[in-house]
Design a protein around this ligand. Structure first.
Ligand SMILES: *Cc1c(COP(=O)(O)O)cnc(C)c1O
Ligand code: SF4
Length: 337
């Protein structure tokens, strides 16, 4: 992709996915222009973009409907005026992760499981995300060669599952991931590895040969928990990436966030489950929004959420119905609604 003249003579070219990553759309006006939308009429806010930047890979933009300011994919990424309204009850550390910190980038909240905040980076900036406020920087497990995280996990035989989260753990290079899993391979009590990632959906090129080879070589069963909120997020490129993950032996699950104006209808939720299943993905969680400042306009009240979930269960096969949950600071697990 990079013209030969720009590549230093002896440098290894970056993997294609990293080039696509860097080429993401970051200017809200460019995004709106690509979709034939008027900046003034869209509710777009420069102040919101200054607080938490727009970032969206071009392949994801290609799945948006041109000319539709209410497009469910656009709504997830476009900085809006509504984000700037301070809302009581919406906080900066919405899920209490600061309290559950066990070491650099390590969160111990649930029995048997250690969650690693592997990195603060993501290929897409989702407007409803707690990440818009989380003080990352040095607080990631990968920072010092994973040493503190691996030490904590190795010293605690009650941990049998490691969850890579973030940010997006697959935004790390494949060699950086291998550095972690090579170190963890020496920990006898580990039984499972889980990866929470939105990259196969928003930048499916990330699932390249090197990542698949890394997956195949892991000594544990691997579960990949994807994050898609709407059926339109799937296309041929995503289907192909998910097929590669499945061929490498990964179990694929999806977690979604219930978002007003994106997926708050039985039709949208049913289509999401059915489209995911067609790509080999089972629904896992449907989250009530984390109450972070700037996300209040996405919130669906609990009564409506329960009603939607009941109607979904009445319509779909049981295995296509995700668990409706909320994250509550200090709880030993996600709390069913
Ligand atoms: C969600 C979460 C987990 C995993 O919970 P499951 O119910 O097993 O999916 C683990 N640790 C933290 C900190 C979490 O937020
Ligand atoms: S952590 Fe997930 S939800 Fe948050 S911005 Fe990154 S991809 Fe989006």
């Amino acid at each position: 992709m990079i013209p030969a003249a720009l590549t230093p003579p002896h440098a290894t070219p970056a993997p294609r996915w990293q080039q696509l990553w860097r080429d993401a759309v970051r200017d809200p006006r460019e995004l709106l222009a690509m979709l034939g939308l008027d900046a003034a009429a869209s509710g777009m806010s420069d102040a919101a973009a200054a607080q938490f930047a727009l970032r969206v890979p071009r392949g994801f933009v290609a799945r948006m409907r041109a000319g539709d300011p209410g497009d469910p994919l656009l709504r997830q990424v476009l900085p809006l005026d509504a984000e700037m309204q301070p809302t009581p009850g919406f906080a900066l550390d919405a899920v209490g992760d600061t309290l559950a910190r066990a070491g650099q980038g390590v969160i111990r909240k649930y029995r048997g499981r250690a969650l690693l905040v592997a990195t603060g980076s993501c290929a897409v900036n989702c407007r409803y995300c707690f990440r818009r406020h989380f003080p990352y920087g040095e607080e990631t497990a990968a920072a010092a060669g994973w040493r503190e995280a691996v030490g904590l996990i190795a010293a605690d035989p009650s941990i049998d599952e490691v969850i890579l989260s973030g940010g997006d753990p697959w935004s790390l290079s494949t060699p950086k991931l291998a550095e972690l899993t090579d170190a963890l391979a020496g920990v006898p009590h580990l039984r499972r590895l889980r990866v929470h990632t939105r990259l196969p959906v928003v930048l499916p090129e990330r699932v390249d040969e090197a990542l698949v080879a890394w997956l195949r070589a892991l000594p544990w069963p691997v579960t990949v928990v994807l994050h898609a909120n709407h059926a339109n997020e799937f296309d041929d490129t995503v289907d192909a990436a998910l097929a590669r993950l499945r061929a490498a032996g990964a179990t694929l699950l999806n977690q979604a966030v219930l978002l007003r104006g994106v997926n708050d209808s039985v039709d949208a939720l049913a289509a999401l489950s059915e489209r995911g299943f067609a790509a080999g993905v089972l629904p896992y969680y449907l989250h009530q929004l984390d109450r972070v400042q700037g996300a209040a306009h996405f919130e669906v009240d609990d009564a409506t959420a329960r009603e939607l979930h009941r109607a979904l269960a009445a319509r779909l096969s049981g295995y296509l119905v995700p668990r409706l949950v909320r994250e509550v600071a200090g709880d030993p697990g996600k709390r069913p609604l």
